[in-house]
Design a protein around this ligand. Structure first.
Ligand code: SF4
Ligand code: SF4
Length: 90
């Protein structure tokens, strides 16, 4: 039996309380996959580990973990090719 849980590639002890922060969000990151160069700068900067990787690449749109993404916009600010835009989360 696993003794950990994984959120956005980060392992936590199963006993670690994890608070979902997605309910704070009024903006969400919209990712233009065709412009993404998979530089990974956004991934470690996300304070909520909400950006998901698979095989060394940011995976498809919609795979930001919206249970935890609080819409802070750090990923959009740091992206060197500006392929993330913050849009209203309706
Ligand atoms: S908006 Fe903030 S919390 Fe959401 S994915 Fe980007 S850096 Fe992470
Ligand atoms: S910072 Fe921008 S270009 Fe780099 S992996 Fe993230 S979304 Fe893609």
């Amino acid at each position: 039996m696993k003794e950990y849980k994984e959120i956005g590639g980060v392992l936590y002890s199963k006993k670690t309380p994890v608070k979902k922060t997605g309910s704070w969000r009024y903006l969400k990151p919209a990712w233009n996959e065709s412009k993404c160069i998979h530089c990974m700068l956004c991934y470690p900067k996300c304070p909520e580990n909400a950006i998901t990787l698979k095989k060394g690449k940011i995976i498809k749109r919609g795979k930001v973990n919206y249970d935890f993404c609080k819409g802070c916009g750090i990923c959009a600010e740091i992206c060197p090719v500006k392929c993330i835009k913050m849009v209203e989360d309706k």
